[in-house]
Ligand binder design. Structure first.
Ligand code: NAD
Length: 428
Protein backbone atom coordinates (compact mmCIF):
# COMPACT_ATOMS: atom_id res chain seq x y z
CA UNK A 1 0.00 0.00 0.00
CA UNK A 2 1.22 3.49 -0.74
CA UNK A 3 2.45 4.98 2.50
CA UNK A 4 1.29 8.36 3.66
CA UNK A 5 4.94 9.05 4.44
CA UNK A 6 7.17 8.58 1.43
CA UNK A 7 10.64 7.23 2.23
CA UNK A 8 12.76 10.15 1.14
CA UNK A 9 10.56 12.90 2.44
CA UNK A 10 12.84 15.81 1.68
CA UNK A 11 13.21 14.92 -1.97
CA UNK A 12 9.89 13.29 -2.68
CA UNK A 13 9.36 15.30 -5.85
CA UNK A 14 12.70 14.21 -7.26
CA UNK A 15 12.69 10.49 -6.47
CA UNK A 16 10.97 7.77 -8.43
CA UNK A 17 7.55 7.53 -6.85
CA UNK A 18 5.81 4.14 -6.70
CA UNK A 19 2.52 4.31 -8.55
CA UNK A 20 -0.74 3.21 -7.06
CA UNK A 21 -1.35 0.94 -10.02
CA UNK A 22 1.90 -0.95 -9.39
CA UNK A 23 1.26 -1.13 -5.67
CA UNK A 24 -2.28 -2.29 -6.07
CA UNK A 25 -1.40 -4.79 -8.80
CA UNK A 26 1.01 -6.34 -6.30
CA UNK A 27 -1.93 -6.83 -3.94
CA UNK A 28 -4.07 -8.25 -6.72
CA UNK A 29 -6.54 -5.34 -6.53
CA UNK A 30 -7.45 -3.40 -9.63
CA UNK A 31 -6.32 0.18 -9.88
CA UNK A 32 -8.61 2.69 -11.49
CA UNK A 33 -7.86 5.86 -13.34
CA UNK A 34 -8.74 9.17 -11.74
CA UNK A 35 -9.60 12.26 -13.74
CA UNK A 36 -8.27 15.45 -12.22
CA UNK A 37 -9.42 19.04 -12.84
CA UNK A 38 -7.39 22.11 -11.89
CA UNK A 39 -9.44 25.19 -11.13
CA UNK A 40 -7.33 28.34 -10.92
CA UNK A 41 -4.31 28.12 -13.23
CA UNK A 42 -1.73 30.06 -11.25
CA UNK A 43 1.54 29.15 -9.62
CA UNK A 44 0.25 27.07 -6.71
CA UNK A 45 -2.52 25.32 -8.61
CA UNK A 46 -0.08 24.18 -11.28
CA UNK A 47 2.42 23.03 -8.66
CA UNK A 48 -0.31 21.11 -6.85
CA UNK A 49 -1.40 19.44 -10.09
CA UNK A 50 2.15 18.24 -10.82
CA UNK A 51 2.37 16.94 -7.27
CA UNK A 52 -0.99 15.18 -7.57
CA UNK A 53 0.12 13.58 -10.84
CA UNK A 54 3.37 12.47 -9.17
CA UNK A 55 1.40 10.23 -6.79
CA UNK A 56 0.40 7.75 -9.46
CA UNK A 57 0.38 7.14 -13.19
CA UNK A 58 -3.30 6.39 -12.86
CA UNK A 59 -4.09 10.04 -12.12
CA UNK A 60 -4.67 12.10 -15.28
CA UNK A 61 -5.29 15.76 -15.77
CA UNK A 62 -8.58 15.95 -17.69
CA UNK A 63 -9.76 19.56 -17.33
CA UNK A 64 -8.58 23.08 -16.61
CA UNK A 65 -10.57 26.16 -15.59
CA UNK A 66 -9.65 29.79 -15.14
CA UNK A 67 -11.18 33.20 -15.76
CA UNK A 68 -8.16 34.12 -17.86
CA UNK A 69 -7.38 32.20 -21.06
CA UNK A 70 -3.70 33.16 -20.96
CA UNK A 71 -3.29 31.69 -17.47
CA UNK A 72 -4.93 28.47 -18.61
CA UNK A 73 -2.65 28.30 -21.68
CA UNK A 74 0.44 28.80 -19.52
CA UNK A 75 -0.57 25.98 -17.18
CA UNK A 76 -1.40 23.64 -20.05
CA UNK A 77 2.00 24.23 -21.64
CA UNK A 78 3.82 23.55 -18.37
CA UNK A 79 1.89 20.35 -17.75
CA UNK A 80 2.25 19.08 -21.30
CA UNK A 81 6.01 19.45 -20.89
CA UNK A 82 6.31 18.09 -17.36
CA UNK A 83 3.65 15.38 -17.45
CA UNK A 84 2.97 14.60 -21.14
CA UNK A 85 1.60 11.09 -20.50
CA UNK A 86 -0.81 12.26 -17.80
CA UNK A 87 -2.11 15.44 -19.43
CA UNK A 88 -5.07 15.15 -21.73
CA UNK A 89 -6.98 18.43 -21.85
CA UNK A 90 -8.53 18.91 -25.31
CA UNK A 91 -10.20 22.21 -26.20
CA UNK A 92 -13.59 20.96 -25.02
CA UNK A 93 -12.24 20.50 -21.50
CA UNK A 94 -10.55 23.90 -21.28
CA UNK A 95 -13.05 26.13 -19.52
CA UNK A 96 -12.76 29.89 -19.26
CA UNK A 97 -15.04 32.25 -17.34
CA UNK A 98 -16.76 32.61 -14.01
CA UNK A 99 -18.80 29.42 -14.37
CA UNK A 100 -15.83 27.48 -15.77
CA UNK A 101 -15.35 25.80 -12.40
CA UNK A 102 -18.74 24.08 -12.61
CA UNK A 103 -17.91 22.52 -15.97
CA UNK A 104 -14.41 21.45 -14.87
CA UNK A 105 -15.87 19.82 -11.76
CA UNK A 106 -18.31 17.91 -13.99
CA UNK A 107 -15.41 16.58 -16.09
CA UNK A 108 -13.43 15.18 -13.14
CA UNK A 109 -13.33 12.72 -10.24
CA UNK A 110 -10.97 14.89 -8.17
CA UNK A 111 -10.63 18.68 -8.26
CA UNK A 112 -7.88 21.02 -7.19
CA UNK A 113 -9.25 24.39 -6.07
CA UNK A 114 -6.52 27.02 -6.36
CA UNK A 115 -8.19 30.29 -7.24
CA UNK A 116 -7.96 33.30 -4.92
CA UNK A 117 -9.50 32.08 -1.65
CA UNK A 118 -12.55 34.38 -1.75
CA UNK A 119 -14.03 31.97 -4.31
CA UNK A 120 -13.21 28.80 -2.37
CA UNK A 121 -16.48 28.34 -0.42
CA UNK A 122 -18.75 28.49 -3.49
CA UNK A 123 -16.45 26.19 -5.46
CA UNK A 124 -16.09 23.68 -2.63
CA UNK A 125 -19.86 23.68 -2.15
CA UNK A 126 -20.35 22.94 -5.86
CA UNK A 127 -17.75 20.14 -5.89
CA UNK A 128 -19.45 18.49 -2.92
CA UNK A 129 -22.84 18.95 -4.58
CA UNK A 130 -21.47 17.13 -7.62
CA UNK A 131 -19.93 14.39 -5.43
CA UNK A 132 -16.27 15.03 -6.34
CA UNK A 133 -13.17 14.64 -4.16
CA UNK A 134 -11.46 17.94 -3.39
CA UNK A 135 -7.94 19.15 -2.71
CA UNK A 136 -8.25 22.85 -1.90
CA UNK A 137 -5.56 25.35 -1.19
CA UNK A 138 -5.48 27.32 2.01
CA UNK A 139 -6.99 29.56 3.23
CA UNK A 140 -10.40 28.02 2.60
CA UNK A 141 -12.33 31.28 3.07
CA UNK A 142 -11.82 34.99 3.76
CA UNK A 143 -14.81 35.74 6.01
CA UNK A 144 -17.07 34.03 8.55
CA UNK A 145 -19.97 33.30 6.13
CA UNK A 146 -17.42 31.57 3.90
CA UNK A 147 -16.06 29.53 6.82
CA UNK A 148 -19.58 28.44 7.78
CA UNK A 149 -20.29 27.46 4.17
CA UNK A 150 -17.14 25.32 4.10
CA UNK A 151 -18.05 23.63 7.38
CA UNK A 152 -21.58 22.84 6.19
CA UNK A 153 -20.28 21.43 2.89
CA UNK A 154 -17.52 19.51 4.72
CA UNK A 155 -20.16 17.76 6.83
CA UNK A 156 -22.12 16.95 3.69
CA UNK A 157 -18.91 15.62 2.11
CA UNK A 158 -18.42 13.25 5.05
CA UNK A 159 -21.95 11.90 4.60
CA UNK A 160 -21.35 11.40 0.89
CA UNK A 161 -17.97 9.69 1.41
CA UNK A 162 -16.17 12.49 -0.44
CA UNK A 163 -12.51 12.92 0.51
CA UNK A 164 -11.34 16.45 1.26
CA UNK A 165 -7.78 17.75 1.59
CA UNK A 166 -6.54 21.24 2.50
CA UNK A 167 -3.16 22.65 1.44
CA UNK A 168 -1.78 23.17 4.93
CA UNK A 169 1.23 21.10 4.01
CA UNK A 170 2.96 21.28 7.40
CA UNK A 171 0.32 18.81 8.63
CA UNK A 172 1.94 16.20 6.33
CA UNK A 173 5.59 16.80 7.13
CA UNK A 174 6.83 13.88 9.28
CA UNK A 175 8.88 16.15 11.56
CA UNK A 176 5.88 18.36 12.33
CA UNK A 177 3.77 15.25 12.89
CA UNK A 178 6.32 13.89 15.36
CA UNK A 179 6.71 17.22 17.17
CA UNK A 180 2.96 17.67 17.56
CA UNK A 181 2.51 14.08 18.71
CA UNK A 182 5.12 14.69 21.42
CA UNK A 183 3.25 17.84 22.48
CA UNK A 184 -0.03 15.93 22.57
CA UNK A 185 1.67 13.15 24.58
CA UNK A 186 2.51 15.76 27.26
CA UNK A 187 6.26 16.12 26.61
CA UNK A 188 6.20 19.89 27.21
CA UNK A 189 3.55 19.74 29.94
CA UNK A 190 0.55 22.08 29.76
CA UNK A 191 0.71 24.70 27.02
CA UNK A 192 0.58 28.25 28.36
CA UNK A 193 1.98 30.31 25.45
CA UNK A 194 2.30 29.94 21.68
CA UNK A 195 4.09 32.14 19.18
CA UNK A 196 3.48 32.12 15.44
CA UNK A 197 5.45 34.24 12.93
CA UNK A 198 5.45 35.04 9.24
CA UNK A 199 7.79 37.98 8.92
CA UNK A 200 8.88 38.36 5.33
CA UNK A 201 7.51 39.69 2.11
CA UNK A 202 5.19 38.81 -0.73
CA UNK A 203 4.15 39.72 -4.27
CA UNK A 204 3.92 43.43 -5.05
CA UNK A 205 0.64 45.03 -6.08
CA UNK A 206 -0.24 45.30 -9.79
CA UNK A 207 -0.96 48.55 -11.59
CA UNK A 208 -4.30 48.97 -13.35
CA UNK A 209 -4.18 48.32 -17.12
CA UNK A 210 -5.89 50.61 -19.62
CA UNK A 211 -9.40 49.44 -20.52
CA UNK A 212 -9.69 46.93 -17.66
CA UNK A 213 -13.05 46.69 -15.90
CA UNK A 214 -13.03 47.20 -12.13
CA UNK A 215 -13.66 43.47 -11.59
CA UNK A 216 -10.87 42.47 -13.99
CA UNK A 217 -8.45 44.69 -12.09
CA UNK A 218 -9.47 43.43 -8.67
CA UNK A 219 -9.20 39.78 -9.66
CA UNK A 220 -5.82 40.27 -11.35
CA UNK A 221 -4.59 42.12 -8.24
CA UNK A 222 -6.49 39.81 -5.89
CA UNK A 223 -3.83 39.66 -3.16
CA UNK A 224 -4.47 43.33 -2.31
CA UNK A 225 -8.25 43.03 -1.81
CA UNK A 226 -9.56 41.64 1.47
CA UNK A 227 -12.66 40.10 -0.13
CA UNK A 228 -10.42 38.02 -2.39
CA UNK A 229 -7.33 37.21 -0.29
CA UNK A 230 -8.44 37.82 3.30
CA UNK A 231 -5.31 40.02 3.80
CA UNK A 232 -1.94 38.37 4.40
CA UNK A 233 -2.75 37.39 7.99
CA UNK A 234 -5.30 35.02 6.44
CA UNK A 235 -3.67 34.27 3.08
CA UNK A 236 -0.14 33.55 4.30
CA UNK A 237 0.15 33.57 8.09
CA UNK A 238 -2.61 30.92 8.24
CA UNK A 239 0.17 28.30 7.96
CA UNK A 240 1.75 29.26 11.30
CA UNK A 241 -1.59 29.88 12.97
CA UNK A 242 -2.69 26.42 11.85
CA UNK A 243 0.39 24.75 13.39
CA UNK A 244 -0.13 26.24 16.83
CA UNK A 245 -3.87 25.56 16.62
CA UNK A 246 -3.04 21.92 15.83
CA UNK A 247 -0.65 21.82 18.81
CA UNK A 248 -3.12 23.42 21.20
CA UNK A 249 -6.08 21.46 19.91
CA UNK A 250 -8.38 24.32 20.89
CA UNK A 251 -9.72 27.56 19.46
CA UNK A 252 -9.31 31.01 21.01
CA UNK A 253 -12.15 32.61 22.92
CA UNK A 254 -11.07 36.20 22.18
CA UNK A 255 -8.46 38.32 20.42
CA UNK A 256 -7.04 41.83 20.50
CA UNK A 257 -4.55 43.16 18.01
CA UNK A 258 -3.07 45.97 16.05
CA UNK A 259 -1.88 46.46 12.51
CA UNK A 260 -1.60 48.93 9.67
CA UNK A 261 0.33 50.05 6.60
CA UNK A 262 3.81 51.49 7.00
CA UNK A 263 5.12 50.95 3.47
CA UNK A 264 2.09 49.96 1.40
CA UNK A 265 1.21 53.48 0.36
CA UNK A 266 0.75 53.23 -3.43
CA UNK A 267 -2.58 52.90 -5.20
CA UNK A 268 -1.64 49.38 -6.37
CA UNK A 269 -1.56 48.35 -2.69
CA UNK A 270 -5.32 48.79 -2.64
CA UNK A 271 -6.58 47.57 0.76
CA UNK A 272 -4.44 45.21 2.78
CA UNK A 273 -2.19 45.97 5.75
CA UNK A 274 1.54 45.28 5.76
CA UNK A 275 1.69 44.16 9.41
CA UNK A 276 -0.58 42.58 12.01
CA UNK A 277 0.09 41.63 15.63
CA UNK A 278 -2.54 39.67 17.54
CA UNK A 279 -2.88 38.28 21.05
CA UNK A 280 -5.31 35.36 21.12
CA UNK A 281 -6.77 34.28 24.44
CA UNK A 282 -7.92 30.72 25.25
CA UNK A 283 -10.49 29.40 27.71
CA UNK A 284 -7.67 28.10 29.99
CA UNK A 285 -6.09 31.62 30.00
CA UNK A 286 -3.19 30.56 27.78
CA UNK A 287 -2.19 32.95 24.99
CA UNK A 288 -1.09 32.80 21.36
CA UNK A 289 0.97 35.69 20.01
CA UNK A 290 0.80 36.00 16.26
CA UNK A 291 2.93 38.35 14.19
CA UNK A 292 2.96 38.77 10.44
CA UNK A 293 4.69 41.45 8.45
CA UNK A 294 5.34 41.96 4.74
CA UNK A 295 7.98 44.69 4.72
CA UNK A 296 11.31 44.42 2.94
CA UNK A 297 14.56 44.86 4.88
CA UNK A 298 13.21 43.79 8.28
CA UNK A 299 14.05 40.81 10.50
CA UNK A 300 12.73 37.69 8.73
CA UNK A 301 11.18 34.77 10.57
CA UNK A 302 8.64 32.10 9.55
CA UNK A 303 8.36 29.88 12.60
CA UNK A 304 6.27 28.43 15.40
CA UNK A 305 7.03 27.98 19.12
CA UNK A 306 4.90 26.29 21.78
CA UNK A 307 5.75 26.89 25.44
CA UNK A 308 4.60 24.43 28.08
CA UNK A 309 5.04 24.02 31.82
CA UNK A 310 7.88 21.50 31.24
CA UNK A 311 9.55 22.64 28.04
CA UNK A 312 9.42 24.50 24.74
CA UNK A 313 8.73 23.03 21.30
CA UNK A 314 10.33 24.95 18.42
CA UNK A 315 10.29 24.94 14.65
CA UNK A 316 12.70 27.65 13.52
CA UNK A 317 12.54 29.30 10.08
CA UNK A 318 14.75 26.74 8.33
CA UNK A 319 12.34 23.91 9.30
CA UNK A 320 15.46 21.75 9.59
CA UNK A 321 15.78 21.52 13.40
CA UNK A 322 12.68 20.45 15.28
CA UNK A 323 13.23 20.44 19.03
CA UNK A 324 11.78 20.12 22.49
CA UNK A 325 13.54 21.28 25.65
CA UNK A 326 13.02 20.11 29.23
CA UNK A 327 12.98 16.66 30.85
CA UNK A 328 11.77 15.05 27.60
CA UNK A 329 14.24 16.91 25.41
CA UNK A 330 14.28 15.87 21.76
CA UNK A 331 15.95 17.20 18.64
CA UNK A 332 15.51 16.19 15.04
CA UNK A 333 17.93 17.59 12.48
CA UNK A 334 17.15 17.30 8.80
CA UNK A 335 19.68 17.72 6.00
CA UNK A 336 16.97 18.98 3.73
CA UNK A 337 13.64 20.57 4.45
CA UNK A 338 10.69 18.21 3.91
CA UNK A 339 8.64 18.86 0.80
CA UNK A 340 5.19 19.21 2.32
CA UNK A 341 3.67 20.31 -0.98
CA UNK A 342 4.46 16.88 -2.38
CA UNK A 343 3.88 14.84 0.76
CA UNK A 344 0.35 16.10 1.31
CA UNK A 345 -0.90 14.44 -1.89
CA UNK A 346 0.06 10.82 -1.09
CA UNK A 347 -2.37 10.16 1.78
CA UNK A 348 -5.17 12.00 -0.03
CA UNK A 349 -4.90 9.98 -3.25
CA UNK A 350 -4.27 6.83 -1.25
CA UNK A 351 -7.53 7.42 0.66
CA UNK A 352 -9.39 7.88 -2.62
CA UNK A 353 -7.97 4.72 -4.17
CA UNK A 354 -8.42 2.68 -0.99
CA UNK A 355 -11.78 4.30 -0.20
CA UNK A 356 -10.76 5.29 3.31
CA UNK A 357 -12.12 8.31 5.22
CA UNK A 358 -10.20 11.54 4.57
CA UNK A 359 -11.61 14.78 5.90
CA UNK A 360 -9.47 17.87 6.28
CA UNK A 361 -11.97 20.55 5.26
CA UNK A 362 -13.41 21.20 8.70
CA UNK A 363 -10.13 21.75 10.53
CA UNK A 364 -9.01 23.81 7.51
CA UNK A 365 -12.07 26.01 7.97
CA UNK A 366 -11.60 26.40 11.73
CA UNK A 367 -7.92 27.34 11.45
CA UNK A 368 -8.90 29.80 8.71
CA UNK A 369 -11.46 31.23 11.15
CA UNK A 370 -8.73 31.86 13.74
CA UNK A 371 -6.79 33.91 11.19
CA UNK A 372 -9.94 35.80 10.14
CA UNK A 373 -10.65 36.55 13.81
CA UNK A 374 -7.12 37.97 14.07
CA UNK A 375 -7.84 40.28 11.11
CA UNK A 376 -11.11 41.35 12.72
CA UNK A 377 -9.11 42.39 15.80
CA UNK A 378 -6.45 44.31 13.84
CA UNK A 379 -8.91 46.02 11.47
CA UNK A 380 -11.29 47.08 14.24
CA UNK A 381 -8.84 47.72 17.07
CA UNK A 382 -11.44 46.11 19.34
CA UNK A 383 -11.55 42.92 21.38
CA UNK A 384 -13.40 40.28 19.40
CA UNK A 385 -14.78 37.06 20.84
CA UNK A 386 -14.97 33.74 18.98
CA UNK A 387 -18.80 33.93 19.07
CA UNK A 388 -18.80 37.39 17.49
CA UNK A 389 -16.23 36.39 14.91
CA UNK A 390 -17.69 33.03 13.95
CA UNK A 391 -21.28 34.31 13.74
CA UNK A 392 -20.41 37.44 11.77
CA UNK A 393 -22.46 38.00 8.61
CA UNK A 394 -20.05 40.55 7.18
CA UNK A 395 -18.98 39.75 3.64
CA UNK A 396 -17.79 41.82 0.70
CA UNK A 397 -18.34 39.04 -1.81
CA UNK A 398 -20.83 40.18 -4.47
CA UNK A 399 -23.90 37.93 -4.89
CA UNK A 400 -22.84 37.28 -8.47
CA UNK A 401 -19.35 37.70 -9.93
CA UNK A 402 -18.54 38.45 -13.55
CA UNK A 403 -16.22 40.84 -15.32
CA UNK A 404 -19.03 43.34 -15.96
CA UNK A 405 -20.36 43.19 -12.36
CA UNK A 406 -19.23 45.98 -10.01
CA UNK A 407 -17.39 44.70 -6.93
CA UNK A 408 -18.69 45.88 -3.54
CA UNK A 409 -15.33 47.47 -2.73
CA UNK A 410 -14.72 50.50 -4.95
CA UNK A 411 -12.04 53.20 -5.19
CA UNK A 412 -12.83 56.85 -4.45
CA UNK A 413 -12.70 59.43 -7.23
CA UNK A 414 -8.90 59.68 -6.88
CA UNK A 415 -8.42 55.92 -7.17
CA UNK A 416 -7.83 55.09 -3.48
CA UNK A 417 -9.53 52.04 -1.98
CA UNK A 418 -10.93 51.93 1.57
CA UNK A 419 -8.37 50.71 4.10
CA UNK A 420 -9.40 49.58 7.58
CA UNK A 421 -8.98 52.23 10.28
CA UNK A 422 -8.73 50.75 13.80
CA UNK A 423 -11.19 52.47 16.10
CA UNK A 424 -13.66 53.16 13.25
CA UNK A 425 -13.82 50.05 11.12
CA UNK A 426 -16.62 47.58 11.68
CA UNK A 427 -14.89 44.24 11.08
CA UNK A 428 -17.48 41.59 12.05
N1 NAD B 1 0.04 26.03 0.43
C1 NAD B 1 0.90 26.96 0.08
O1 NAD B 1 2.03 27.00 0.55
C2 NAD B 1 0.48 28.01 -0.91
C3 NAD B 1 1.46 28.76 -1.57
C4 NAD B 1 1.04 29.72 -2.51
C5 NAD B 1 -0.31 29.94 -2.71
N2 NAD B 1 -1.23 29.21 -2.03
C6 NAD B 1 -2.67 29.45 -2.21
O2 NAD B 1 -3.07 29.00 -3.50
C7 NAD B 1 -4.11 29.83 -4.02
C8 NAD B 1 -3.68 30.35 -5.38
O3 NAD B 1 -2.51 31.13 -5.23
P1 NAD B 1 -1.52 31.38 -6.47
O4 NAD B 1 -0.26 31.88 -5.89
O5 NAD B 1 -1.49 30.19 -7.35
O6 NAD B 1 -2.28 32.57 -7.21
P2 NAD B 1 -2.19 33.02 -8.74
O7 NAD B 1 -2.57 34.43 -8.82
O8 NAD B 1 -0.85 32.60 -9.29
O9 NAD B 1 -3.30 32.12 -9.44
C9 NAD B 1 -4.69 32.26 -9.24
C10 NAD B 1 -5.38 31.87 -10.54
O10 NAD B 1 -6.79 31.81 -10.30
C11 NAD B 1 -7.45 32.42 -11.42
N3 NAD B 1 -8.78 32.85 -11.00
C12 NAD B 1 -9.13 33.97 -10.32
N4 NAD B 1 -10.45 33.98 -10.07
C13 NAD B 1 -10.96 32.84 -10.61
C14 NAD B 1 -12.26 32.29 -10.70
N5 NAD B 1 -13.33 32.89 -10.14
N6 NAD B 1 -12.42 31.11 -11.36
C15 NAD B 1 -11.36 30.49 -11.93
N7 NAD B 1 -10.09 30.98 -11.89
C16 NAD B 1 -9.89 32.13 -11.22
C17 NAD B 1 -6.52 33.54 -11.83
O11 NAD B 1 -6.77 33.98 -13.15
C18 NAD B 1 -5.15 32.87 -11.67
O12 NAD B 1 -4.78 32.19 -12.83
C19 NAD B 1 -4.34 30.90 -2.96
O13 NAD B 1 -5.37 30.53 -2.11
C20 NAD B 1 -3.05 30.92 -2.18
O14 NAD B 1 -3.25 31.34 -0.85
C21 NAD B 1 -0.86 28.25 -1.15
Amino acid sequence: MLSSKQPNAGTAAAVAVPTLSVERAAHGAPSYALKLAQIGCGGRGTGATVQALNTSNSVHLAALADVDQSQLDKTLNILKKQKPDQTSVPKERQFVGFDAYKKAIEAADVVILATPPGFRPMMFEEAVRQGKHVFMEKPVAVDAPGVRKIIAAAREAKKKNIKTAVGMQRRHQPSYEELIKRIHDGDIGDIHTMRAYWLGNSRDGKERLPGETEMEYQIRNWYYFTWLSGDHIVEQHIHNIDVVTWAKNAYPVAAIGQGGRQVRKAKRHCQIFDHHWVEFEYADHSRMFSECRQIRGCFPEVAEYVHGTKGVASVPPSQKVFSITGPKAWTKRLKKRENGHQLEHYPFFNAIQENKPYHEAEYGALSTMVAIMGRMATYSGKRVTWEQAFNSNLTQMPGHVDYDVMPKVLPDEDGWYPVAKPGDTVAW
